[in-house]
Design a protein around this ligand. Structure first.
Ligand SMILES: *Cc1c(COP(=O)(O)O)cnc(C)c1O
Length: 373
């Protein structure tokens, strides 16, 4: 116990364990704008097309089953994913969103004094899970908003238990070639878990989206995670999953609470997996509008990071009147909610989820206005 730590055992009230009250709470994308009814939400990378009608039907059909506990093994989703992605079903781990998978990995591997290594602009949920275990977070600088493998490796020491990387990344949207991920893996000690967060993998044009699974299949320290929240449009139902080495799955499963994926979520997830048409429409929309937005916003003099995800990260000038904070407020006042990412160490950037055609055009027109003021 350090000198600053209150003596938890003699305090006049229950005091949380060290580190808890220093954790910065997760900030979700804004869902409301003052004075605007029904704003367009482009702040949380949700699927702008909604979700598969088949998934919605399956969800509705679950209404008759609310008195029942769900299957603790999430068997129906397990089998559907194993078949669709060609993975061993016993190596899959399901969570209340992939957020829970991250948290379970942290709880399984991190103890106070250990550390977790991530890129400087890493996804906030990873660090929350790690901090809750008393671990130190080590941020590796990024190179021009791209994950830098050498910088990650420099942060690794004998107390490193986990390395998290998302590819494509959030909030930058950028990606690195898979050869870089392989190089990272090869240089890591075998005792370190490499977590490859593939929340946006399906949106990366032209990438073989199975490379991460191919790597994980033969290694004892690689975890790949995916989610139903983005491409499948089921963020409300909270279903995420990981593909883990078998012995790691068995370890993590000991602390996973038994009924962590509910029945409506399981039914809708299976139906969503069967709707290739919805999945393809989601990809097509992003592939149509991502280059357009990148080009149009670039044409306004804004700095758009090359994106492989369903959003773009846009850099604004520091000039008063034209800053990222002001752009976010301006768009909100016009009914378009986007995400300021100052809490990700990017105070001059705004993250914008790719919307429907009319949303994308409106955002560009509004920002043209904003920049021309
Ligand atoms: C959205 C997102 C997820 C998904 O989280 P869920 O808990 O599955 O909804 C995971 N990782 C990153 C980087 C994300 O942006």
């Amino acid at each position: 116990m350090t000198a600053q730590t209150p003596d938890r055992f003699r305090a006049d009230r229950p005091v949380p364990k060290p580190g808890i009250v220093e954790i910065e709470p997760y900030k979700p994308g804004k869902a409301k704008a003052e004075g605007v009814e029904n704003p367009i939400k482009l702040s949380a990378n949700e699927n702008i097309l909604g979700s598969s009608p088949k998934a919605q039907e399956a969800f509705a059909a679950a209404a008759g089953k609310l008195a029942l506990y769900p299957d603790p093994r999430t068997t129906m989703v397990r089998e559907a994913i194993a078949a669709k992605y060609d993975l061993e079903p016993e190596r899959l781990l399901f969570g209340c969103g992939s957020d829970e998978v991250f948290q379970l990995l942290c709880q399984t591997f991190l103890e106070p004094g250990d550390n977790m290594v991530q890129p400087a602009h890493g996804f906030a949920a990873w660090a929350i899970g790690a901090r809750a275990c008393g671990a130190e977070i080590r941020n590796a600088p990024e190179k021009d908003l791209h994950v830098d493998v050498d910088a990650l490796l420099e942060q690794v020491d004998e107390r490193t238990r986990l390395v998290f990387v998302a590819n494509p990344a959030n909030p930058t949207g950028t990606w690195i070639p898979f050869s870089e991920i392989r190089r990272l893996h090869e240089a890591l000690p075998p005792s370190v878990v490499l977590v490859l967060d593939g929340a946006y993998a399906e949106f990366q044009t032209g990438a073989a989206t199975t490379e991460d699974f191919d790597l994980a299949r033969h290694e004892r320290n690689v975890v790949v995670t995916r989610t139903f929240s983005k491409i499948y449009g089921l963020a409300a139902l909270r279903v995420g999953w990981g593909y883990l080495p078998l012995e790691m799955t068995q370890a993590v499963d000991r602390i996973r609470l038994p009924f962590n994926v509910n029945i409506p979520a399981q039914l809708a997830a299976v139906a969503a997996l069967g709707d290739d048409d919805f999945r393809q429409r989601s990809i097509d929309l992003v592939e149509t509008w991502r280059p357009w937005l990148t080009q149009q916003l670039g044409g306004l003099g804004l700095d758009v990071a090359p994106s492989a995800a369903n959003f773009v990260l846009v850099g604004f000038p520091k000039t008063p009147g034209k800053t990222a904070v002001e752009a976010e407020a301006f768009l909100a006042s016009k009914g378009y909610l986007v995400r300021g990412v100052g809490n990700y160490g990017l105070p001059d950037h705004v993250r914008i989820t790719i919307g429907l055609e009319e949303h994308n055009r409106a955002v560009v027109d509004l920002l043209a206005d904003f920049m021309g003021r």
